[in-house]
Design a protein around this ligand. Structure first.
Ligand SMILES: [Zn+2]
Length: 274
């Protein structure tokens, strides 16, 4: 089980007075015994034979019950860590860290709108090349940024213009204007949307042989420090409800957030479909 989930279980057991050790995420015989004792207290909530599960499965069972106690859907309680438990874990971490549950995934699906017919970035990237031309050819358009944007890794550098592909220029300009009109300068700064991770980059996808959408200058990265490639919505900050308008503005123009669509690389938004 994930270390953070073990800490949740340990903290729960300490609250019940069943575990005296530190909530440090480490396995121990004392922890195993406490998990069993906690499960034995609530036979009505357990699957049949639950107390005879392996120690590992008992621990996951208790974790699932803790999620349910907090009102987080985690059925069936079976001691197996599958996608439902992973989703429950991420919601629980969000609740513990920020005091509120995240909006339900299904409440706010990414939009299918694609008014400019952005090409799909799939397979051999033929559609990307047909629409945008060869990769790594340099940006051909430029958009003025309506708020004070700074380079994420060198905040003393103010970005007044974003160099992009000419074909996304008008769309990018509309998104930035709309977002600025909605949030205003102070709120954009508070939301860390004044931290820019770049647009054009003549490189391949990380860990792959195909081109990054940045190589066509049709992708932008925002607040990369808190929305790193491998962070899911349990850790990335750009999934919070405060950013709903932000994402809806991009999606109305057909741009795709990898975070909202695939739950990784939350910094990244692109004028290319999946
Ligand atoms: Zn990116």
């Amino acid at each position: 089980m994930l270390k953070r989930a073990v800490i949740v279980v340990q903290t729960h057991l300490k609250g019940l007075g069943l575990f005296q050790g530190n909530a440090d995420g480490a396995a121990s015989p004392a922890l195993e015994a406490a998990v069993l004792a906690a499960l034995q207290r609530r036979p009505g909530d357990m699957p049949s034979g639950g107390t005879t599960f392996s120690a590992k499965r008992r621990e996951v069972t208790l974790f699932q019950l803790i999620c349910k106690d907090k009102g987080i859907d985690c059925d069936p309680v079976d001691g197996f860590w599958g996608p439902v438990t992973q989703e429950a874990y991420e919601r629980l971490v969000h609740l513990l860290d920020r005091g509120t549950l995240p909006p339900l995934w299904r409440d706010d699906e990414p939009s299918d709108a694609n008014p400019h017919s952005w090409p799909r970035d799939t397979g051999n990237q033929a559609a990307m090349k047909a629409f945008y031309g060869p990769p790594a050819a340099g940006p051909t358009g430029r958009v003025q940024v309506p708020w004070k944007l700074r380079l994420a890794w060198d905040k003393s550098q103010v970005i007044k213009h974003i160099s992009c592909h000419a074909k996304v220029e008008a769309s990018l300009d509309r998104v930035l204007q709309k977002v600025h009109a909605h949030y205003g300068d102070a709120e954009l700064k508070r939301l860390r949307l004044d931290l820019f991770g770049g647009c054009y980059a003549p490189r391949k996808k990380r860990g792959g042989s195909t081109w990054s959408t940045h190589a066509w200058a049709v992708a932008l990265d925002w607040d990369p420090e808190r929305n790193q490639l491998k962070m899911g919505r349990d850790r990335a900050t750009l999934d919070a409800r405060d950013y709903d308008f932000w994402w809806h503005a991009w999606e109305a123009e057909g741009w795709v957030s990898l975070g909202r669509s695939r739950n990784f690389d939350w910094m990244h938004v692109q004028a290319a479909r999946l």
